[in-house]
Each structure stands twice: as C-alpha cells, then as structure tokens.
Design a protein around this ligand. Structure first.
Ligand SMILES: [Zn+2]
Length: 202
C-alpha cells in the first residue's frame, strides 16, 4: 500500500502532547527530512540555505533527496532506525514518486502505534484518584514494586500516611520532606475550603 508522508513540522511547532507520539509515518518522515536538510546544506554555501528541503519533491522524498541516497546515507546507522523492532527502510519500495509498504507490515505498525499509545495513556493516570498527568513521566515515582503514577496531592497524602512511600535518595528525600508533600497538601485543602465558601455564599 502507498505510504503518505506527513508534512514537515518543526519540533518547536508541535504541541507538547504530540512530541514523541508513536507515529510510524512521522518517524520515517523525520529521518527523510533530516537527510534532505543535510543534502541541501552540504551542497551549497550558508547564504543559499533555505527551506526547500521541507517540501516533498518529485522523487516522493523531501527536497532533492532520492531514495538511493537516503538508503545509502542511512545504512551505517540502520541499527537505530527501527520501529517496533522492525526495520521499515528494508521493506519500503519506491515507484513513480510514491512510497509503498506491504499491507500486512503497515497493519503491524498501526497496531504498534495503538499499543504504545495505550501504554502511555495508562502510565499517566494517577493510581490514587485517576486524574490524568502529563504525557512524559511527570507523575512517575519509583516505588518498592516498580514505577507508579501519583499526582502531587495523592503523593503527598501517601507520604503523610507514612507508608507506600517513594524511594528517594537521602538528600533529595530530606529536601522533599522539608519542602514538598505537606505544604502542597495543605495548600490543596485551602483551595477546596475557599471554593466551598464561595459556593455557600452563592
Ligand atoms: Zn491523584
């Protein structure tokens, strides 16, 4: 089946939620954009650099990059270029300015996206109150039985109960005890109390 590459997007333009999202088309495209930019910049003086490498060219690849150049340039680092422990570059064929992948392989990559995103979605849910945390590890803490996700209020509450506490090294643990859990929790209670009064006043 034909593979439609997503358009170029600068890292800075992406929503934080979208960065690093499991997206095999985006990943393959990003390898090509890197290579197309390399070719563009190596071939001309700095003053002539422009954004033409961001556009998909007649070859079906970005800029002036051709498939053979792309494969040759990436062959040395092919080990890293895997998705779901497979090597998509070895399975892509190019014909008439279009990229093709075996349908079953594309289905496998679609499945990988779903599994990856499912894992990320589960890992960001607070185990205490089911609130959704930031995408990348903000609420993850190391605990006796592995990693767990706890939002700051639940983490503070667990800390106060004096059990199920996170394992932290001595110095940062002491700092966390001085500065962290207790004030954060009482702060939350203050907010709740204030909100309750406002509601009662109305
Ligand atoms: Zn929570």
């Amino acid at each position: 089946m034909e593979v439609q590459l997503p358009a170029y997007r600068d890292h800075g333009e992406q929503e934080p939620e979208d960065r690093g999202r499991a997206d095999w088309r985006q990943r393959i495209a990003s390898w090509m954009f890197w290579q197309a930019r390399d070719k563009h910049q190596e071939g001309r003086p700095y003053e002539e650099w422009d954004g033409s490498w961001k556009r998909i060219g007649a070859s079906g690849l970005p800029g002036e990059l051709t498939w053979d150049e792309f494969v040759a340039a990436r062959s040395g680092i092919r080990r890293r270029e895997n998705i779901a422990n497979t090597r998509p570059l070895e399975l892509i064929t190019v014909s008439g300015g279009s990229l093709f992948l075996p349908r079953a392989y594309a289905a496998l990559l679609d499945c990988w996206e779903q599994v990856e995103e499912g894992l990320v979605a589960r890992a960001r849910i607070c185990k205490g109150c089911a609130a959704q945390g930031p995408r990348w590890g903000g609420w993850r803490t190391q605990r006796p039985l592995g990693y767990a996700t706890l939002c700051p209020p639940c983490s503070g509450a667990a800390f106060q109960r004096g059990r199920d506490r996170p394992i932290v090294d001595g110095s940062s643990g002491a700092a966390a005890r001085r500065a962290g859990a207790r004030p954060a929790t009482s702060g939350m209670n203050d907010v709740t109390e204030t909100q309750r009064r406002i509601l009662l006043d109305k």
